[in-house]
Design a protein around this ligand. Structure first.
Ligand code: PLP
Length: 467
């Protein structure tokens, strides 16, 4: 007993092992010594039970391994093989290289965020984007806030706070997910909801009747991109609403949701209304997201009439919802790419992934199949499969994009074995996120661009003894 206690090394001996030194170098003395102390406590317990003890180098390596695991960020990159390109839970749009570079440059140095370099005095944050946004949308003026939920909240609060009436069709009172429900946002903004029409049909006369009521502050149109009512339906076009609104002297606000700056039909994706069209139809303000189809960082745009944007900018709530310099820089670089639509699909990752052809993805699946089969071993069967990808973020949910990938089946046919694989893939150095369907773990390869990194990452399965 005493003999084995004497065999336990000192903290200092473990610290002086090569792994101990490496740990101290990377994670600091304090952290390393604390881990070594815990490990030596385990060694003393092992000695009491007469178990075999580990040498200083092995203990140093354990300390290093634990510190590395503890430092691995839960926000590190993952492989999104879910088939949903703009996956809200996986951070939506990936930024274009130009946007990443602009954000990094803005992180490393002071920038003239609210400083007018020509005049040498205080400037405005929105000045960096205003001209670009107006040019791309045909709007008079523009501002940017934290996200589109904030854009809607701020717009409603500015134009209809203190109980102003907001007229909305019952067919457009949507829930967008993540606790964004139009009626709740309305209440938080201090506005009073005036519902018109029915779920499937709303007519011009419904809006007309509502406008005759007391205290109407604005008409709101919500683009219901995340669901579709089929059959006996009727909605009032924005151009018609714009005429009604103008005659009543009431602003018309259009929450476009995803909002695109270009017609996606050009790349074979079903068209969504563009922001430019909404502006041209006579909407006084249009709101939309930065990280959905637009393909930029999280942001919310409000574009439209100069006097209304000025009122929004005077609202103290604007200050609480503003965007920082990193995102301003990334947004500016992203918007600039739209100036050259011919090269947009190669430069903007969201569009590049959405327009990838099924054949290209199927060829990738065939190339990867042998390596994945080898990495998973005999407990799993790996086959190339047809998939259907989705745009995501509530955009065009019924429009599936023909795609391809790998279907992983448990050889024993058990759901538990399949779950174990899904879990092992999620614990890889770069977690792999697929989708379980029809007793298979499906890896849709539409969003996989770095093939070599994907294969190298699979080494982790045997290294960690996960499989
Ligand atoms: C997505 C969406 C929002 C919320 O936008 P975020 O940028 O996610 O805050 C609001 N309205 C509509 C119609 C949407 O589709």
């Amino acid at each position: 007993m005493n003999e084995s206690f004497r065999a336990i090394p000192s903290v200092d001996t473990v610290l002086r092992s090569s792994a101990g030194q490496a740990a101290a170098e990377r994670f600091g003395h304090g952290e390393t010594i604390a881990r070594i102390r815990d490990l030596l406590e385990e060694e003393r317990a092992a000695a009491r039970q007469g178990s075999r003890l580990r040498d200083p180098e092995a203990l140093g390596a354990l300390a290093l391994g634990e510190l590395e695991a503890g430092w691995r960020s839960s926000l590190g990159p993952v492989f999104n093989l879910t088939g949903t390109v703009l996956h809200t839970n996986l951070g939506r749009a990936l930024l274009a290289d130009a946007a990443v570079e602009a954000a990094v440059a803005a992180m490393r140095a002071p920038v003239a965020l609210e400083y007018d370099l020509d005049a040498g005095r205080r400037g405005e944050r929105d000045d960096h984007l205003r001209a670009l946004i107006c040019d791309l949308t045909g709007a008079e003026d523009a501002t940017v806030v934290n996200n589109n939920a904030a854009a809607v909240l701020l717009t409603l609060n500015t134009l209809a706070g203190h109980g102003g009436g907001v007229v909305v069709s019952r067919g457009e009172l949507v829930e967008i997910g993540g606790a964004f429900r139009m009626p709740d946002i309305m209440a938080q903004a201090g506005a009073r909801l005036i519902e018109v029409g029915t779920t499937n049909r709303t007519h011009e006369k419904d809006y007309r009747a509502a406008l005759e009521g007391e205290g109407v502050a604005l008409l709101l149109k919500v683009h219901t991109s995340n669901y579709r009512i089929e059959g006996f339906t009727s909605a009032v076009a924005a151009t018609t609403l714009a005429k009604l609104a103008r005659a009543a002297g009431t602003p018309l606000v259009n929450d476009l949701g995803s909002g695109t700056l270009v017609d996606l039909a050009r790349w074979g994706i079903r068209r969504e209304p563009t922001v430019r069209e909404a502006v041209a139809e006579g909407c006084d303000l249009v709101t939309f997201s930065g990280d959905k189809l637009l393909g930029g960082p999280q942001a919310g745009f409000i574009v439209g009439r100069r006097d209304l944007i000025a009122a929004i900018n005077r609202n103290p709530m604007k200050r609480a919802l503003r965007v920082d310099k990193l995102r301003m820089a990334a947004l500016e670089a992203t918007l600039r790419l739209y100036r050259d639509p011919d090269r947009l699909a190669e430069r903007l990752p969201a569009l590049r992934l959405l327009t990838r052809s099924r054949d290209e993805i199927a060829a990738l699946a065939r190339r990867l199949q042998p390596a994945v089969a080898t990495a998973l071993g005999p407990a799993y069967r790996v086959s190339a499969a047809d998939c259907a990808s989705q745009i995501g973020s509530g955009a065009l949910p019924l429009d599936m994009l023909a795609s391809a990938g790998l279907a992983l089946h448990a050889t024993d046919g058990s759901g538990t074995t399949l779950e174990r694989l899904a879990s092992a893939l999620r614990r890889l150095p770069v977690p792999v996120i697929g989708r379980i369907a029809d007793n298979a773990l499906v890896l849709d390869l539409r969003c996989l661009e770095d093939e070599a990194a994907f294969i190298a990452n699979l080494d982790g399965l045997s290294d960690a003894g996960l499989i």
